[in-house]
Design a protein around this ligand. Structure first.
Ligand SMILES: Cc1cc2nc3c(=O)[nH]c(=O)nc-3n(C[C@H](O)[C@H](O)[C@H](O)COP(=O)(O)O)c2cc1C
Length: 214
């Protein structure tokens, strides 16, 4: 039993607005500006994004991952290559990442194609992770059924002894993906549900800006 009338919960969005004249011509710059705003506002987990994929069975699935870098080539995140998302992306590289910064009444949606980052990029990031996270990457067969948590904890204990010197190599099944965008949507909540939606789509090599109805 939920202790509230969900249909009656209503938030009016009034903090800001987004106009064609105020956005940058380059969506990566617009994203950087909004990420900087999210960092400045100290929103919780500003880099958390929902990653949606579609598997070979044509069924969608989604989960949160953390954005670990953005450059002119795209958006980078790290995961287990044999997880559900890893298997989906191997079969179908089209994906969407989605940020929601509630405190700023903003969402950003980026779609594109995903490919693995280079092995050196994965090595470099893996080496920067805490010891426990590096052990976890070996211990967890992400997305597979396990009979109990104890099994996982036993694996962690064994691996912590095996790599006691702190030298944990990157597992071959773990690494980064980069999403190269072909579409961005920046959404700013506005009063009475008349939100601003500014969309960038790739037109040959140029980004075309359009406004979508809320
Ligand atoms: C805040 C947050 C951050 C997360 N970051 C990651 C991440 O960067 N990489 C990752 O593989 N899983 C991350 N997870 C766990 C995923 O949401 C998910 O449970 C896991 O990757 C398995 O997904 P899959 O079975 O759909 O492949 C995160 C979860 C949360 C709530």
């Amino acid at each position: 039993m939920i202790n509230a009338d969900l249909a009656a919960l209503r938030q009016n969005y009034s903090q800001n607005e987004l106009a064609e004249a105020s956005v940058t011509a380059d969506p990566f710059e617009q994203f950087a500006a909004w990420m900087n705003d999210a960092l400045k506002a100290e929103v919780k987990e500003p880099t958390a994004m929902t990653l949606s994929t579609v598997g070979p069975d044509r069924l969608p699935s989604s989960r949160i991952v953390l954005l670990k870098g953005v450059d002119a080539n795209g958006f980078v995140f790290f995961t287990h290559y044999e997880s559900q998302k890893g298997r989906d992306l191997a079969a179908n590289p089209h994906a969407v990442i989605h940020f929601f910064w509630a405190d700023l009444e903003r969402q950003v949606n980026v779609s594109g194609t995903v490919e693995r980052v280079s092995t050196w990029e994965s090595d470099e990031y893996f080496a920067s992770r805490p010891f426990e996270s590096r052990i976890g990457a070996w211990a967890s067969h992400q997305s597979e059924t396990i009979t109990s948590r104890t099994i996982l904890e036993e694996r962690v204990a064994e691996l912590s002894v095996k790599y006691a010197d702190g030298n944990v190599p990157r597992p071959p099944h773990w690494g980064g993906f980069r999403l190269t965008p072909d579409r961005f949507e920046f959404w700013q909540g506005r009063p009475s549900r008349l939100h601003d939606r500014i969309c960038y789509t790739l037109d040959r090599d140029d980004w075309k800006i359009t406004r979508l109805s809320p």
